[in-house]
Structures are given as structure tokens and as C-alpha cells.
Design a protein around this ligand. Structure first.
Ligand code: AMP
Ligand code: MN
Ligand code: MN
Ligand code: MN
Length: 294
């Protein structure tokens, strides 16, 4: 664990941060080791692994980060529901052994497993065979299954060439294998992250299907519930949007985070690309709670 003066020394250098990424412990393509190796290749200095409702990849990532000489933040991306919207909250710098966080992750994992079986059943009704087993076999042991994992399974069944297309065909709201989610409210996720000493960060605010008035309501509720940061910089983004988010961030006295939400190499999305934080916002690594595993 790197904290205190040593951390301040490291953070005083101009560093490349990517604080939102996935491994195959949820719906990313790479194992934690492959992800860390790739981050090194992409010249990232500080990477956070933030798998969906899952911490099981962190130890592997930590070991790999030690070997590759790259800094790791222990993270998670927790799914929540707010006014029927699926809102994602990243937890950065969490203690992965904290019992409150572990209990919340266990609760989410039970919900994810129930939903995965329900999705698999619907896909079997569409004619696919052994859906749960085959999808599970494609991810890491202890990992969580998201709808994107089922989209990856559908690619192996030659449904379409890309996971995005398969997702659109079977897994979006209103399509044949859609199953609604019963995630907890935002304050539960925020409390669990804070109990583990972590920093709750509202993930990809512009990716929710809501207008700016609703987005401002969400940010207000997030802050009131104890939220501490929001992502203002997410790779595939124009300057105006980033500026808009940086202004909101300052208005709501939140810290600014940046992350590619990397799942796999894709057109326009890559680790560490285009992740600068506008000057008026305070970066999340200025938080006294910020710490590095390695
Ligand atoms: P879940 O949390 O299980 O509902 O799955 C959400 C994940 O599915 C997200 O983290 C994305 O990786 C992926 N996803 C969400 N929407 C889409 C979409 N329209 N097309 C492709 N992937 C998507
Ligand atoms: Mn995902
Ligand atoms: Mn997300
Ligand atoms: Mn994500």
C-alpha cells in the first residue's frame, strides 16, 4: 500500500491515469494480468480495476502490477437503481477485505446470479443451448456475469459479428432476453464504498438515458447521499461535453475522475486515451483518501 509522503511524491509527477477499466472478472476481455500488461504497453502510470459488482480480480491485478512496475488502485463499479435508471457508482481506493463492502458485493452477486440464470433461460427459449454454463466458462472464476457476457456468448453462436449488435438484438430493454435488475439504491453503494475507506465516484454521467435536468437531480442526490466524485473525462467525448461535466463537478463540489471504461480494444476506445481533466476541476487523486495498492 502506498500512502502519505511517498504517495505525494509519486503524484507530484505528471502521470497518466485511467481509473475505470474491466477484466474478465466481469465483462472485460482480458484477464487482470493481460490488462495490466496492456496498460504498461499503453504507458499508463496509474490504473484502477473496477469490475462490475466484483472484487475478485484485484489480488491478481495487484501481483501483476508489482511485476510490471505500474501503480494500481483497488476499485469496483457498483450497479444501483435511481428512479428506475441503472446508475453505476465506481468505488476507488477501497479496502477489498472490508466486511461491509464484502457483504454488499455478496448481495449484488446473488442478484447477478439470479438474473444470469433468468437471462439464460430466456435465451434457451430462443433456441440456444447450455447458455449459463457456456457463458460462465468464458469468464474468470469468481467473476460476475453482466449482460455483456451474454452478448459475448451470442457472438460465439454466430448471432452477429459484434457483441454490441448481439446486445441490441437480445439484451436491451424490450428485447427477447431482457430481464430487469433489482440493484440497491445509490446510498447503499455509497455507504459500502465509504465503509471500505473508498471514494464513491459517479460513473459516466452522460451515458444515462436522461436529460440534463434529470442529470442535475441525480448529481444532487448523489452528493447528498455522500458521493465524493464524478467522472468528467471518458475517452470518447467531445470538448464541450467534458467542459459541461467539469462545470457540474465544480458546482456540486465533487472531485473529478477520468477513466476509459475499457472492456476490450475497440474503435475510439482504448486505455488511457483522451483522459485529461479540465483545469477548473480538482482531480480525485487530490483526495486525502486516495491510495495506491502498488
Ligand atoms: P448489466 O450491468 O449486467 O446490465 O450490464 C451492463 C454492461 O453491458 C455495461 O457495463 C456495458 O459493458 C454493457 N452494455 C450496456 N449497454 C450496452 C449496449 N447498448 N451495447 C453493448 N453493450 C452494452
Ligand atoms: Mn461493462
Ligand atoms: Mn458502467
Ligand atoms: Mn464500466
Amino acid at each position: 500500500m502506498i500512502t502519505g509522503i511517498e504517495l505525494q511524491k509519486i503524484l507530484s509527477w505528471p502521470l497518466r491515469f485511467d481509473l475505470h477499466t474491466h477484466s474478465n472478472h466481469s465483462d472485460g476481455e482480458y484477464s487482470p494480468e493481460e490488462l495490466i500488461k496492456y496498460a504498461k504497453k499503453r504507458n499508463i502510470d496509474v490504473i484502477a480495476l473496477t469490475d462490475h459488482d466484483n472484487l475478485s480480480g484485484i489480488e491478481r491485478a495487484k501481483k501483476a502490477a508489482e511485476e510490471e512496475n505500474i501503480h494500481l488502485v483497488a476499485g469496483i463499479e457498483i450497479s444501483t437503481l435511481w428512479h428506475s435508471n441503472q446508475i453505476h457508482i465506481a468505488g476507488l481506493c477501497v479496502d477489498i477485505n472490508n466486511p461491509v463492502l464484502k457483504a454488499h458485493v455478496e448481495k449484488q452477486s446473488v442478484l447477478r446470479e439470479e438474473r444470469a440464470h433468468a437471462i439464460a433461460e430466456k435465451l434457451e427459449n430462443c433456441g440456444f443451448k447450455d447458455v449459463y454454463e457456456k457463458t460462465r466458462a468464458m469468464s474468470s472464476e469468481g467473476g460476475s456475469l453482466t449482460r455483456a457476457n451474454f452478448a459475448a456468448f451470442l457472438v460465439t453462436q454466430n448471432v452477429a459479428a459484434t457483441a454490441d449488435k448481439c446486445f441490441d438484438l437480445y439484451l436491451t430493454k424490450g428485447s427477447r432476453a431482457y430481464v430487469s435488475s433489482k440493484w440497491g439504491p445509490i446510498d447503499e453503494a455509497i455507504n459500502a464504498i465509504k465503509a471500505a475507506g473508498g471514494i464513491p465516484v459517479l460513473a459516466h454521467p452522460k451515458r444515462y438515458d436522461m436529460n440534463n435536468n434529470w442529470l442535475k437531480r441525480l448529481i444532487t442526490d448523489f452528493k447528498a447521499a455522500g458521493g465524493e466524485g464524478m467522472e468528467v473525462s471518458g475517452g470518447m467525448q467531445n470538448q464541450a461535453e467534458r467542459q459541461f461535466l467539469a462545470d457540474l463537478c465544480v458546482q456540486h463540489e465533487l472531485l473529478a475522475s477520468c477513466g476509459s471504461d475499457f472492456h476490450r480494444i475497440k474503435k475510439y476506445i482504448d486505455l488511457g486515451i483522451n483522459l485529461e481533466i479540465p483545469e477548473q476541476a480538482t482531480p480525485v487523486w487530490r483526495s486525502p483518501k486516495f491510495k495506491l495498492e502498488v
